[in-house]
Ligand binder design. Structure first.
Ligand code: KG4
Ligand code: ZN
Length: 387
């Protein structure tokens, strides 16, 4: 089965074509084409992702990315079709709220023959609704143009199952997923390919958001995660202990929830107390902040592993690019020798379309795909699991 997937839930526009063979629990995936445009530079000046700007950029990016992905996969169809008036009217109706995308579509896509694609998978949520709608509209138009069935995908299931791209063995359940990004911090129990339970999540800021906010306090720029983690690593290399101490919020709470907003405030107060921040002090603050955040993530992850007899730990989301977090998670096998720790390589753990194709395939293979194309898709900013 060849899957065309579309991801526009946040500030990355991404399209991939994935070939899936075999079946659960051990499907084989081959990436035929994969493209991504990040809007980080555009959102930089706002210090975070600005939903309507993201929407506009997705509208501009999707058509060129689609053509590029078809070319990479050697699947670009001939351009010889004259669409009927009825089809044109239907397409115009689909695009009613996206004029810029519509213009690009009619110019570059509407004349393409039907490509060798079996399903279109698109992220329906969670994410920023204005951004999600662009991808959904595009998917609907492509589905109508070529009469290809559309499968909605849950972005978080994409993060969970992206590890299957390179998996050699079937996933051993129960799986625990630690999902850490700019929008999410959660521990999810995955009992099989269709049963999910959130064991704990953040009650306020996501951990990536805390990294970004602390980076702003230290005047390091956006996105802050990589900058904080580079400074923290520099401090670790000095082999000195940090003299600054921050709290480990909720580390001893009985549940598996997190809270990072107070930690960010502790950093803010400390910087005010210090006054002028030289590079050494910034390094030390970054180190202690990172240690505080990671201590809590690791502590609660261990608690979940023990409580639920977890066999496999998967990690996803932008914060899993963090070197120290990877190191600490990988070494959990020293404490739990039976545990498999699966962390996708960085391009697969940040937002991408390959993981959306995989999530879509799993929906189909586990009997969760919609039976028909009649029900209209809808962006669901707060989409939950098991829908
Ligand atoms: O998953 P992602 O690409 O986008 C969403 O938030 O959905 O994650 C981006 C987040 C940002 O908050 C960024 O600061 C954080 O991941 N991040 C990191 C690192 N690299 C990216 N946080 C800590 N350490 C890093 N090395
Ligand atoms: Zn994500």
């Amino acid at each position: 089965m060849k899957i065309l997937s579309i991801e526009t839930s946040c500030d990355e526009t991404a399209i991939s074509i994935l070939e899936a063979t075999g079946d659960l629990p051990n499907p084989i995936f081959k990436v035929l084409g994969n493209s991504l445009l990040s809007q980080t530079e555009i959102h930089k000046e706002f210090g975070g992702v600005f939903p309507n700007l993201a929407r506009r950029e997705h509208g501009r990016n999707l058509v060129p990315l689609l053509i590029e992905t078809f070319k990479k996969a050697s699947l670009l169809p001939d351009s010889s079709v004259n669409i009927s008036d009825e089809l044109r009217k239907d397409l115009e109706e689909i695009f009613i709220k996206e004029p810029e995308l519509s213009a690009l579509f009619f110019e570059h896509v509407a004349r393409l023959d039907k490509p060798d694609i079996d399903r279109i998978v698109v992220t329906e949520g969670p994410g920023l609704e204005p951004a999600l709608w662009v991808g959904i509209t595009f998917a609907e138009a492509l589905g109508r143009l070529w009469n290809i069935k559309i499968i909605p995908a849950n972005h978080m299931e994409g993060h969970i199952f992206s590890v299957l791209l390179d998996a050699k063995d079937p996933l051993e359940f129960p799986v625990l997923a630690l999902l850490v990004s700019g929008g999410h911090t959660e521990l999810v129990l995955v009992s099989d390919f269709k049963t999910f339970k959130i064991l704990g999540k953040t009650r306020d800021d996501a951990v990536g958001e805390a990294f970004d906010k602390v980076a702003r306090i230290l005047d390091l720029g956006y996105p802050g995660g990589p900058k904080i983690s580079a400074l923290a690593d520099l401090h670790r290399q000095t082999n000195k202990e940090s003299t600054i101490k921050f709290p480990r919020p909720m580390i001893h709470s009985k549940d598996l929830d997190f809270s990072f907003s107070g930690l960010k405030t502790a950093v803010l107060y400390k910087t005010k107390e210090i006054g002028i921040l030289n590079e050494n002090i910034k390094m030390e603050i970054a180190r202690e902040f990172e240690d505080a955040a990671l201590d809590v993530l690791i502590f609660k992850t261990k608690k979940a592993i023990e409580d639920q007899n977890i066999k496999t730990l998967v990690v996803g989301g932008g914060v899993s690019a963090n070197r120290e977090l990877r190191k600490r998670l990988t070494s959990l096998v020293e404490t739990y020798p039976y545990l498999k720790v699966l962390i996708p390589e960085i391009n697969l753990s940040t937002d991408n379309a390959i993981m959306i194709a995989i999530a879509g395939f799993i929906r189909i293979a586990s009997g969760r795909a919609p039976k028909d194309n009649l029900s209209k898709l809808k962006a669901e900013g707060n989409l939950t699991y098991n829908k």
